[in-house]
Design a protein around this ligand. Structure first.
Ligand code: PBG
Length: 331
């Protein structure tokens, strides 16, 4: 009796490294990484963030050094977030409109040092500037007002644009803000400044270490569920994306990352636009905790997760592991 051979042997192409390389469907390169960085006051200051091991806040001079490092590593874009001094925070977050705030000084310093060798993405939301840690303005009951918040976000966007931001990234989830910011940018002559909308941003438990880094965790009362999305929803994410694209977004973001890869895939298939994912602080911390517990090794965990974003349809990923991954990819 003849042996029953498998009709197809899918293992054949996996036999050697050269063949696996030849058949690899997705590629990762430093070009696809956006490096989030936290800015703090002072000179020569590096403040490690305890809940984000390996990540520090840097004063503006340190941010410039990181920008040069990114250029050398082939990372095309930085995402900046400020740790606003407590005495500059207010109910209405007006420090966001100050042309001399930390963000604007960091943007200008990067521009002076690196010219157009690197892109600067800036987050638009009031949480690093408010005494209550919410992304917008509150009414007397503590509800986050939509249209009044959008007015403030327009001012914040114009302030960042004037300082030299390349990509404005509204992360606040107010309705109508992309269209309003787009119109204001056009009116101000900023026709080539991109908008990357945090289009599908969920009210997630994975943002804790970020809130430590920008100093809003202890200030935040309640949650952000009246504006950020319910993790149970997917169809609603498609509506959010459709609106942000109609309002003039150049690209859209899904956030957090790994727990929402289904959303990335559905957005990519439905809209065929550039989709980015934010592998957020809690995701980074989980990987670092696994490494610290000897439950896995960093290189494998990081590269597998980044490839998963590519496979799901991402053009690129915001990740705190960007310099680590770029170093590996550069060999
Ligand atoms: C602010 C903002 C948050 C993150 C990016 N922009 C936190 C939040 O919405 O509370 C989270 C990023 C991360 O966890 O790495 N609107």
């Amino acid at each position: 009796m003849t042996a029953a051979y498998p009709a197809l042997r899918l293992r054949r192409t996996r036999t050697s490294a050269w063949s696996r390389a030849l058949h690899r469907e997705n590629q990762l390169s430093p070009d696809q990484l956006i490096w989030p960085l936290f800015v703090t006051e002072g000179r020569g200051v590096e403040e490690p963030v305890a809940s984000l091991p390996g990540v520090s806040r840097w004063s503006v001079d340190g941010i410039v050094a990181r920008a040069k490092e990114a250029v050398d590593l082939g990372i095309p874009c930085l995402a900046l977030f400020p740790n606003t001094p407590v005495d500059r925070r207010s109910d209405d977050g007006r420090e966001a409109l100050n042309p001399e705030n930390l963000m604007c000084r960091a943007i200008r310093a990067i521009r002076d040092a690196c010219g157009s060798d690197i892109g600067v993405l800036t987050d638009v939301a009031l949480d690093p500037y408010t005494t209550h840690g919410q992304d917008g303005l509150l009414d007397d009951s503590g509800y986050v007002l939509n249209d009044a918040s959008v007015e403030a976000l327009i001012g914040q966007s114009l302030n960042q644009a004037a300082a030299g931001a390349d990509i404005i990234a509204p992360s606040d989830m107010m309705d109508g803000r992309v269209g309003a910011i787009r119109a204001a940018l056009e009116q101000a002559g900023h026709t080539n400044i991109q908008i990357m909308a945090y289009a599908a941003k969920y009210a997630s438990a994975f943002y804790g270490p970020f809130r430590d880094a920008v100093g809003s965790r202890g200030l935040l009362k309640g949650d952000k569920k009246t504006y950020q999305m319910d993790p149970a929803n997917a169809e609603e994410a498609l509506r959010e994306v459709a609106l942000d694209l109609a309002e003039g977004a150049d690209s859209v973001m899904v956030k957090p990352g790994l727990p929402y890869l289904d959303i990335v895939r559905r957005v990519k298939e439905r809209f065929e636009v550039p989709v980015f994912a934010y592998q957020v602080s809690g995701e980074y911390a989980m990987i670092e905790a696994a490494v610290a517990a000897d439950a896995g090794e960093r290189e494998g965990l990081v590269m597998e997760t980044l490839m998963a974003f590519r496979r799901a349809g991402c053009s690129g990923v915001l990740t705190y592991h960007a310099p680590f991954a770029a170093r590996l990819l550069n060999g």
